[in-house]
Ligand binder design. Structure first.
Ligand code: NDP
Ligand code: 2IT
Length: 444
């Protein structure tokens, strides 16, 4: 049996009931196979694949807090410190009822390669809780965040592990978490990114993931002799990534016609009204059913369905496994040119293969959504030098980083004879840097 297949079987056997983690590892292993096969005996002796699939550390803890009725609630908190070969652990915190060890491991594993692709000195980690922020009062959110950080603060720091936001964790939560860290540790340091602008946050971090996604999409289209201007775009999600992807796509002259949340989706044939969307989601924290009040000619549908709508470019920006094989078939039948992932692993393995086999350009999340964490690393730099850069400076660096990622993943794919296979390109380019750093640092 080849070394890749041997370890893949071992990972599945050692981590039962972790389907998303298996999915993420399978995708990486299948595509780095040619790199491993060049020096199979060496890699086997070094146990390099066993080492990159076993997190350096998993911290799990109890998060007790008091709700508005005076009752004690208990949630699970977790931080997976996956790989620190190229820098301190870096990656978001997700608060969502679906969070469990498997979800955080898959996200942490992806983060290792993503962070490597940014070209910046950040290792990979991820964390979160099964806490559901929906319907909670501000006081309840604060109580939960303070309790969560009371434990987490023992394990993180500006030079060891720097969390940020993800699903269910935005500016409000980062503020409460930062306040509690400072209070307990007595340190005013860049221990979290995505902070508010008055206490060490970076301009353009809020916009960075969505903007970065659109920058790399434009880079791809330009490379293929096209442009986003005049294109019809379907977006899923209506959170941080989706909103700023819509904003930048519109600035580039595209027409974005859909968005969604976990209850339903909107089709607005005249183009999404971004101000309305921001008011509904960022200000009122409400549901997408509200959108029709602003735009009577739009349609709202319960359930999922964004990928039925005809588009040139699809940007899945909600969550993992939200674009299935039937969606891929529909997108292809509708003449879609490109799918670029804003979320982490939104496309299933068979849907990815279908898109690639049918000539649709596909950029995986670890490359196309890396603008968020890259800008987090820029926030860390600003915190270290105790200075703040202008919006234009940060946005300019972000554009440069996304262009480089596109070039690097294209080049890595071509080096292995896999022209336009950006999944292979991203995994190989991401893996090579981590591999070199791990080998240089000995057995650890
Ligand atoms: P938000 O919490 O701001 O928004 C998430 C959006 O996706 C909401 O509209 C939410 O709907 C929807 N959603 C979440 N879970 C589900 C689900 N199980 N089924 C259907 N819809 C769902 O999160 P972000 O925008 O920050 O994150 C979106 C994706 O992007 C995630 O995969 C995240 O890991 C990834 N990402 C985020 C980065 C960042 O900087 N924030 C960076 C890189 C990747 P509802 O409100 O109804 O739950
Ligand atoms: O998935 C991701 O890259 C994020 N949620 C952002 C992580 C970060 O540290 O900014």
């Amino acid at each position: 049996m080849s070394y890749v297949d041997e370890v893949l079987a071992k990972v599945i056997e050692k981590n039962p009931s972790e389907p998303e983690f298996h999915q993420a590892v399978t995708e990486v292993f299948e595509t780095i196979r040619p790199v491993i096969e060049e020096r199979e005996d060496f890699f086997r002796r070094e146990a390099i694949l066993e080492r990159i699939t076993e997190p350096e550390r998993i911290i799990r803890f109890r998060v007790p807090w008091v709700d508005d009725k005076g009752n004690v609630q208990v949630n699970m908190g977790i931080r997976v410190q996956f790989n620190s070969a190229i820098g301190p652990y870096k990656g978001g915190l997700r608060f969502h009822p679906s969070v469990n060890q498997c979800i955080i491991k898959f996200l942490g594993f992806e983060q290792v390669f993503k962070n490597s692709l940014t070209g910046l000195p950040i290792g990979g980690g991820k964390g979160g809780s099964d806490f559901d922020p929906k319907g909670k009062s501000d006081r309840e959110i604060m109580a939960f965040c303070q309790s969560f950080m009371t434990e987490l603060c023992k394990h993180i720091g500006a030079d060891t592990d720097v969390p940020a936001g993800d699903i269910g964790v935005g500016g409000r939560e980062i503020g409460y978490l930062f306040g509690q860290y400072k209070r307990i540790r007595g340190l005013y340091e860049g221990v979290l990114t995505g902070k508010g602008l008055t206490y060490g946050g970076s301009l353009a971090r809020t916009e960075a993931t969505g903007y970065g996604l659109v920058y790399i999409t434009q880079e791809l289209l330009k490379d293929k002799g096209m442009d986003l201007a005049g294109k019809t775009v379907c977006v899923s999600g209506a959170g941080n990534v989706a909103i700023y992807a819509i904003e930048k796509a519109q600035q580039f002259g595209a027409k974005v016609v859909t968005c969604s949340d976990s209850n339903g989706w909107v089709y607005d044939p005249e183009g999404i009204d971004l101000e309305a969307l921001k008011e509904i989601k960022e200000v009122n924290r409400a549901r997408l059913t509200e959108y029709k009040k602003y735009r009577p000619n739009s349609e709202y549908h319960e359930g999922r369905g964004v990928w039925q709508i005809k588009c040139d470019v699809a940007l899945p920006c909600a969550t993992q496994n939200e674009l299935f094989i039937d969606d891929a078939k529909q997108l292809a039948a509708n003449g879609c040119i490109a799918v670029c992932e804003g979320a982490n692993m939104p496309t299933t393995l068979d849907a990815t293969k279908y898109l690639q086999d049918n000539g649709i350009y596909f950029i995986p999340g670890k490359a196309s959504n890396a603008g968020g964490v890259a800008t987090s690393a820029l926030e860390m730099s600003q915190n270290s030098e105790r200075l703040s850069w202008t919006f234009e400076e940060v946005d300019g660096k972000l554009q440069g980083i996304m262009t480089n990622i596109y070039k690097n993943i294209s080049a890595a794919a071509s080096r292995y004879g896999k022209e336009n296979d950006f999944v292979t390109g991203a995994n190989i380019a991401g893996f090579e840097k981590v591999l070199n750093a791990m080998l240089a640092q000995g057995i650890c």
